[in-house]
Design a protein. Structure first.
Lengths: 412, 412
């Protein structure tokens, strides 16, 4: 069979992750202003209650709830207004039975009060006399001093990727510096006698370096830092030298190109000759992306990537993304796939034993559901990716999809 | 009814977008290395064919397909090997009937040849004699000179948000600088006598400025630049001065806090007193987020945001995000919602005429589907957002959800 000698994708991924173990990077302390999307390197506990005082959530009168029992439009309760709370200020007022205190939204609840009635449900009869037209229960329109966050409470776990609201919570607690994991550094070596820089005019037979540009965005999207080592000719010594340099400055090394028959043994040999354990596997039962090489050199994961742009994307998503996430420290982040359901517009055949990654473009129908149009075209064509919105995976046990089948689209 | 006086969310959004019209910013030219996630300000056409020459996609022999018709293991065809193509080099070889040329993956197809047979499907009999064991069709294992991109072809439309593969395509075409729209500048004015900076210790009655931190991440996520104007006391003159300054340096102004009864008229008055047309509406039939103010001053959209963290999130997603996207120039980008389907774990009641935004936390079940757990809690609590993975919207015509109902979760 076509793919018999190649590793199954899931097994290949497990082998990589098991081999590299936990390579999470050191941490660094940064201000929360710079923490958006970074990965927390410590558990964050609150050092105080939030809001820290009983806080009113409406504009109205603070009072004692039991005083209002039975109050309605036709049977109001009368309370004595004894003063006013001002925004952002502590109050020394104390509410006793039969009394109330004027209070703004966000104001501090005075001692004795346990609820706040909105202005709309009162009538001011005189300067000091308020008519209450509704019954309140204890705690109504009040946030208690530790209702949002209790002192000592675990706010966020080590390994969480920080979102807007998380940083807001830190600000609320007065936590202005936090410890995050350093970003993984991913080096890219572009190989191939035919590859020239993007800025170069091309002669017949040459192609510009597409993949280091595509990979850069993918790496950044996962929180990595890209180092482009440059374009290296298909020469053992030159690639080996570039590879050793890349290993010395980065956490992951990607060698783009150089995995097909002509030079593939060279990439494997260089990996094996540079350090232990060397190549973990060469070839996965997956299309595109079949000629992938994965290895480990001096505890650093290294990959030999096929030269085709589509193969780069699929290999990255399946194998390199999880490795970057491991090193970046994403441990407690829920991995909620960015997927949507769609119905596939055309039938697609697939071989047993091979995982097919089909590029699709999405069309939103008038009923709000999506139609996924498969993009056929050789995996060497960058345009098939430019017109795609995502990927549909046909797993290795499937013979394909029928038009109209529901599919899960992994969005780019 | 509770929400009768408030605008319906969809109508409110339409009113805002219609009122502001097209405010897309000027463009700037940047290198493609910096273009990831920026918005294209020009249509990009190709100035050349890609790959630019007929390119081989396997290691093998270039030949004339008709020579191989009928070839199989038991009935091979014999071809004369007349030479070799080298990677990245132009070739002057010409393949005639009965001939073939050795070629590496990515090599330039020699004149006369129209297909390439893989090494695996050949046997080398002598130095110059090759046995072909398969039939090929014309074009097999070849990418033609303009198969990826034709000279003059539209690659990407103005208004597209640039992804990794788009930048890869530019690199492939030798396009190293492109024109993108400038990023919208969004100012945040935090108001409230009780608000203190995140770095400040707090006294009873005070709260730290959570919202400018939460908003910063949301703005950046949509490609905007945040300018924090600072924390301003609830004073007409001070807020008006800060507002005028913010208008002078930004494209959108957000006033956080100051929309509840005590001071809401002040925010509305300041907007109306600063320029025309002023306030567009005050209040939407939505929970949380009801007290939103939207306005337009000297052609710049301005918003008065409720102080509660959850209300900030919901208002941002519903109203401010589309406005930022309008100004940022996202015109041709398909707006594929980042949503997943889940089943709701508890019943939730909702009022007719009000759009409810329910925070949910997601649990992945063993069968790969998701359970959405509603997070109950006052909208003033930042923790309800920290523990949430997304939002479920219950529309204004619905009375609520039953446990087990399928829901669409908008992911944060």
């Amino acid at each position: 069979m076509f793919d018999k000698d190649y590793k199954k994708p899931e097994e290949a991924l497990k082998l990589i992750l098991k081999s590299i173990g936990d390579l999470t990077k050191d941490s660094e302390t940064i201000p929360i202003e710079e923490a958006y999307q970074r990965i927390l390197a410590e558990d964050i506990h609150s050092s105080e209650d939030l809001p820290g005082f009983d806080r009113c959530t409406v504009d109205g009168y603070a009072l004692i709830a039991t005083d209002t029992f039975g109050a309605k439009d036709t049977n109001p309760v009368y309370l004595e207004a004894i003063g006013e709370v001002f925004m952002g200020e502590e109050t020394n007022l104390r509410v006793n039975r039969g009394q109330c205190v004027k209070i703004p939204t966000g104001g501090m609840l005075p001692d004795g009060a346990d609820a706040v009635i909105m202005f709309e449900h009162t009538q001011q009869i005189s300067e000091n006399l308020i008519e209450v037209l509704r019954s309140l229960s204890v705690g109504e329109n009040v946030i208690s001093r530790d209702e949002d966050i209790k002192k000592g409470e675990l706010i966020l776990k080590k390994g969480s990727q920080l979102r807007s609201q998380d940083i807001g919570a830190f600000a609320g607690l007065g936590i202005t510096n936090i410890s995050v994991f350093k970003k993984p550094i991913v080096s890219i070596i572009s190989t191939g006698d035919e590859i020239v820089p993007a800025s170069s005019p091309i002669k017949i037979g040459q192609v510009r370096d597409i993949n280091s540009y595509s990979l850069d965005g993918l790496i950044r999207q996962r929180g990595g830092i890209t180092k482009k080592i440059g374009i290296i000719k298909d020469n053992y010594d030159e690639i080996k030298r570039a590879f050793s340099y890349a290993l010395s400055i980065s956490d992951i090394v990607l060698i783009s190109g150089g995995t097909s028959a002509g030079v593939k043994d060279m990439t494997s040999r260089i990996i094996n000759d540079t350090g232990k354990p060397g190549v973990l596997f060469h070839g996965v039962a997956m299309k595109p992306g079949k000629p992938l090489i994965a290895g480990l050199v001096d505890s650093k994961p290294v990959f030999g990537l096929p030269g085709h742009p589509s193969a780069i994307f699929v290999s990255f998503d399946k194998f390199i993304r999880p490795v970057i996430e491991n090193i970046a420290g994403y441990k407690s982040t829920k991995n909620i796939d960015r997927t949507i359901k769609a119905s596939i517009s055309k039938s697609i055949a697939s071989s047993m034993g091979r995982e097919d990654h089909i590029r699709v473009s999405l069309e939103k129908k008038s009923d709000g559901t999506y139609l996924a149009h498969p993009i056929f075209g050789k995996s060497g064509l960058i345009t098939t990716l430019v017109s795609a919105d995502g990927i549909v995976i046909i797993d290795e046990d499937s013979l394909g999809l029928d038009a109209g089948d529901e599919v899960t689209v992994r969005l780019f």
